[in-house]
Every structure is written in C-alpha cells, then in structure tokens.
Design a protein around this ligand. Structure first.
Ligand code: F6P
Length: 322
C-alpha cells in the first residue's frame, strides 16, 4: 500500500477541512494509506506526522480553519531543516505529499523535492486568490460570503445613521476580494491596487448624489493600498459626511465553508491524488474555464497573478460616472 500525506501551509482558509476529509476518503478508495502533517512545514520538521483514519475527519466538513493546523515556516527555508523533514517522511515510507497553500508554500516544497525523491502536488488555497495559472483558489468563495454578510450588515447601520463606511478587505497585494465584494455588495466606491483611481471624479459624483438625496456611502478598499483612514477623512472633509472605518480582518479567513468551497475541495483533492498516482512529481492543480488541469510549478510560481480584464473592466466603472 502506498503512503501519502497532506499538509496545510500558510494562511488557513475555510475549505481546508473539507479537503482533509476528501483526502482521507479518496486515499482509502485508491488503496493508499493517508497521513496528516500537523502545523504546516513546522510539523514536517518537528515530526508531527500521524496516520489519518475516517474518525479523524468525521464531522469536520462544515468547519472553517484546519483540523491539522497550519503555519508559515521560516525554518523550512534552511536546508538542514528540510533534511530533517525528509528524514521524517522517509522513515515512514511516505513518498508523496499534497500541499494546501499558496505559491510561496509550493516554492518551498519544490526545494525539498529537489533534495529528495519526494513528489508533491499543490492545491491553491488562499483567500487572496492571487496565484498565477488558476482562476480560483480554495477558500475564496467562503471569504467572499463572509465579506458579503459584513457589508450587508454595515449597510443597515450606514443607511440608518447617514454615514460613509470604509470597509477594508484582506487580499495582501491583490485586489480580487475587494473588487468582487464591491461589485456584489452594491458599493459606491472600490479602491484596489490594480486600478488607478481619481478621488476628484468620485467627489463630483458623490456631491451630486448627496444633493439628490443619497444618505450614505459604502467604500470597499483593499488592504494593499493602506488607505482606509485617509479615505474616511476624505469623506468627512470633501464630501461632508461622517465616516467610519471597518477593517474586516481575520473574520474573512473563517466561517462555515460554503457549498462551492466544499465541492471545490473535493474536486481539487481528487485531481491532486490522481496526479500523484499518475507519477506527476511537482505539480499544481489549477482550475480554469470550468475544468481542472495539472500544471508545473513554474506555470504558477514564476508569473504574477492578474485579475481577468473582463472583471477589471467592471471595476473601472467605479468613480467614472461623471
Ligand atoms: O494570505 C492570506 C492573508 O489572510 C492575507 O489576506 C493577509 O494579508 C495575511 O494573510 C494576514 O496574515 P496573518 O494571518 O499572518 O496576519
């Protein structure tokens, strides 16, 4: 019987538990012994590696986070710690690893595979949706739904009080979460690093709307711009409306996993295990145009993710109505 392990690395996403459940179940179906690596690459180094059973994954499909923990490991950048990690896997006869994480985690794992016979397959999992080569990363849909609920709730108080709310979303350097949330949350303003913006254009628009009776504004601002406080001040000084900032923060990483992410978790994992069984060594499962493909690490790690033009074009309509 072959042995395969799974590890979560980097920022957790809601959908990792659903992926762990599918991993265990599909491993058994394919006659593979499933193993868990706890606490990311830190657990690989420190030998926190255990056999998984059906019982290990019972009841976890709904839960955000990851039952086996995750971490950002600085030590994994050092060769002697990677050697330790390999020894821990070798001792158990584990020759293949599924990695749920971002491209940084995949690059780290690639180093390990160059120094050993280990094969790995990456599953893009980050709420930032910023991995080149795939349209979708696990966890994004749940994060967007958490943001949607927050924006809807903030709208209730914004409209009652007649205030402007600046809502800051996560995403690291990528504006995907902010853009999709602004488009689906009915925001009046959307600021993301991928699109230049002109506050004067917004000002002309907003003053006119205020004159016509608008009582409140919702602005969605990507954390990458570090501009939320400045924009809130701008609302008070230039638009003449009381404002508040809400930084959504880490609630975006948690929450009950959406139907879409549960299904995507299952599909990503199935393709990853199949790819490893077919002998693919260092690959990443990508989702594009409604289907899955197995790509090389270079396809995803060497270029920069770009939000599709069609979506960006929708975003260009913010602040340009005058
Ligand atoms: O990459 C996921 C992410 O949640 C980013 O959106 C955010 O910038 C970062 O991680 C936060 O990192 P930490 O959890 O270490 O504060």
């Amino acid at each position: 019987m072959k042995k395969m392990a799974i590890v979560c690395s980097g920022g957790d996403v809601s959908g990792m538990n659903a992926a762990l459940k599918r991993f265990v179940e599909y491993c058994f179906r394919r006659n593979i012994e499933p193993w868990f690596v706890y606490d990311g690459y830190e657990g690989l180094i420190d030998d926190r590696i255990e056999r998984a059973t059906y019982a290990s994954v019972a009841g976890i499909i709904t839960r955000g986070g990851t039952k086996i923990g995750s971490a950002r490991s600085k030590r994994f950048m050092e060769e002697h710690y990677r050697k330790q990690a390999i020894e821990n896997l070798d001792r158990r006869g584990i020759g293949a690893l599924v990695v749920l994480g971002g491209d940084g985690s995949f690059r780290g794992m690639h180093k390990l595979t160059q120094e050993s016979d280990l094969a790995f397959c990456g599953i893009p999992a980050t709420i930032d949706n910023d991995i080149a080569g795939t349209e979708y990363c696990l966890g994004v849909d749940t994060a967007l739904n958490v943001i949607k609920d927050a924006v809807d709730a903030i709208r209730d108080t914004a409209s009652s009080f007649g205030r402007a709310f600046v809502i800051e979303t996560m995403g690291r350097e990528c504006g995907y979460l902010a853009l999709v949330s602004a488009l689906t949350g009915g925001a009046e303003m959307c600021l993301i690093p991928e699109l230049p913006y002109d506050l004067n254009a917004y000002k002309r628009d907003f003053l006119k709307e205020k004159e016509e009776g608008r009582r409140y504004f919702i602005a969605i601002v990507s954390e990458a711009l570090n501009a939320s406080e400045t924009v809130a001040k701008w609302f008070e000084e230039e638009i003449g409306i009381e404002s508040r900032v809400t930084v959504l923060g880490h609630i975006q990483r948690g929450g009950v996993t959406s139907v879409h992410d549960r299904l995507m978790a299952s599909r990503f994992v199935t393709h990853a295990i199949d790819a490893l069984l077919e002998g693919r060594k260092n690959s990443v499962i990508c989702y594009n145009d409604g289907g899955f493909e197995v790509k090389t690490l270079n396809d995803v790690a060497l270029s920069h993710y770009q939000i599709p033009d069609e979506l960006l074009n929708l975003g260009k309509e913010f602040g340009s109505n005058c």
